[in-house]
Ligand binder design. Structure first.
Ligand SMILES: [Zn+2]
Ligand SMILES: [Zn+2]
Length: 267
């Protein structure tokens, strides 16, 4: 080793000399630097923080915020991974997608207008640093069982960012899901008995809509084993988060493909 090796070089040598790191995985802490929270999963299942992407990756000529990581030192995987970080000179561009069942079509039409103004060379999801969608609403009792929002914002956010689909495909898929799930819940025209049954089901199953219909639709899109914090070659650079809550216990949950960026030393 060089007499003035950097901390990153010393850590790299330590990792390469050990075989034990291959079986250790964490989706919270970067095992390369042991300092920061992870932000970018690798194809092998390990993951890197933002700093380690820049230290271990090679920047792409002409795009100073894009990096190629040529493998994983922890498990010796040779599979390369591409990452696009937020350019240091760029501001934060956030897209928030609300729920509301079929009313999410309004947001999709607004995105379609934005896409038209951006032109064909820039996909609308590439225009944002972060996309957040509402997965399910509040509403917690029999007294207001139909005030919940549908998970429409979350579905749109995930298909745009996690799947990396074109906007038109997201729109057609969402309309198809809406017909199969939200369309079956026309509670306004339902009988009193029907509404009471839905209220009871809402309380018993902790959800407004038919969970089996949603599960079938979502598994057809994302697959049965796909995780949010997991490498996907077709994902776009934006961070994505989906909010959720429980009807029986109105606590907020956030599911995301990133971690909070504070380092362990600050915790
Ligand atoms: Zn790191
Ligand atoms: Zn690995």
């Amino acid at each position: 080793m060089l007499p003035y090796a950097s901390a990153a070089d010393i850590r790299s040598k330590s990792i390469q000399e050990s075989v034990h790191w291959a079986v250790v995985k964490s989706n919270r802490f970067c095992l390369f630097c042991l300092m920061n929270s992870t932000q970018h999963p690798l194809p092998c299942g390990h993951s890197l923080c933002e700093e380690c992407v820049q230290i271990r990756g090679v920047s792409i000529f002409g795009n100073e915020s894009a990096y190629v990581v040529p493998g994983c030192d922890l498990c010796k995987s040779q599979v390369t991974a591409h990452f696009s970080l937020k350019p240091v000179t760029a501001g934060y561009r956030l897209l928030s997608l609300d729920g509301g069942g079929t009313r999410a079509v309004i947001a999709l039409e607004e995105l379609r207008l934005l896409q038209e103004s951006l032109g064909p060379l820039c996909r609308v999801q590439d225009f944002f640093n972060m996309v957040m969608g509402t997965s399910s609403g509040k509403g917690s009792s029999l007294h207001r069982p139909f005030q919940t929002n549908a998970p429409s914002g979350g579905i749109i956010a995930l298909t745009l960012v996690k799947c990396g689909w074109e906007l038109e495909r997201c729109i057609s898929t969402f309309i198809d899901i809406a017909k199969k799930t939200f369309g079956a819940e026309k509670h306004r025209s339902a009988t009193v008995t029907r509404r009471l049954w839905r209220s009871l089901r809402c309380w018993l199953t902790d959800g407004k809509y038919d969970a089996s219909a949603f599960e079938t639709a979502l598994q057809s899109i994302f697959g049965p084993r796909n995780r949010l914090f997991q490498w996907a070659s077709n994902s776009v650079a934006a961070k994505v988060a989906v909010t959720a809550t429980s009807i029986s216990k109105p606590s907020a949950f956030i599911f995301s493909n990133y971690n909070a960026s504070k380092s362990r030393s600050k915790e």
